[in-house]
Design a protein around this ligand. Structure first.
Ligand code: SAM
Length: 204
């Protein structure tokens, strides 16, 4: 790994993901999460400050040791126990049916095999458990979606593998989750990068 991917990119990502406009999503998810929580692609741990006392333990999985290092610093500042695990969403180092709340924020765009990650999420979530998500993806406006398709090959190279044109709601449904709450809309900033899908889902 070169200087860009191992040193510069994690620091830039941590700053970009601290945008104020993402805080309401993190706050809502932190309030709704219960019990044993798994944050898939936890990155630098920006959801951690929003997790409250109703949570028994947070497991955070991410392939980036640099981002996990930032997450460990944030974990020290909260009272909820946090276990950070280096690994990928495609092979979660977590037991079957052992998680009460699965959190995924701005991560399904980046994983290599989104279908495999959703399948793993389904495996580890206990029956009746909830998925809480806030993800960006394909815009409903044809003009914006065309730009997302055009930009994705180059964007992926500079943005850690991020796809602009995935549909997180379809991905979540494809593993047998029922979405029971979905809010969509553009963030401030370039529209191809900022169409958000936020909500919750349950295993059917
Ligand atoms: C845009 S960041 C979002 C980080 C964090 N969830 C947040 O809301 O700030 C995408 C994250 O996905 C992680 N990631 C990339 N590939 C992954 C994979 N195969 N499985 C799990 N996480 C992955 C990256 O390391 C990064 O932390």
């Amino acid at each position: 790994m070169g200087f860009y991917s191992s040193w510069l990119f994690p620091r830039v990502l941590d700053l970009v993901m601290q945008q104020k406009q993402m805080i309401p999503f993190r706050r809502r998810i932190g309030k709704a999460a219960r019990g044993r929580v798994l944050d898939v692609g936890i990155g630098s741990g920006l959801n951690l400050p929003f997790y409250g006392d109703q949570i028994e333990r947070v497991f955070g999985v991410d392939p980036s040791s640099e981002l996990l290092h930032f997450a460990a610093e944030r974990a020290r500042e909260i009272s909820v126990p946090v276990e950070l695990l280096r690994g990928s969403g495609e092979a979660l180092p977590i037991d079957d049916n052992s998680i009460d709340t699965l959190v995924v924020t701005f991560t399904l765009c980046t994983v290599t095999n989104a279908t495999a990650v959703i399948g793993e999420m389904r495996r580890v979530l206990r029956p009746g458990g909830r998925v809480l998500f806030a993800e960006h993806g394909r815009a409903p406006d044809a003009g914006v979606a065309r730009w997302q398709d055009k930009l994705t090959p180059a964007w992926k190279r500079v943005a850690g593998g991020c796809h602009l044109n995935r549909k997180p709601d379809d991905l979540i449904r494809s593993a047998g989750f029922r979405i029971d709450d979905l809010e969509t809309g553009y963030l401030k900033g370039p529209r191809p990068m900022g169409f958000v899908y936020a909500g919750s889902a349950q295993a059917t």
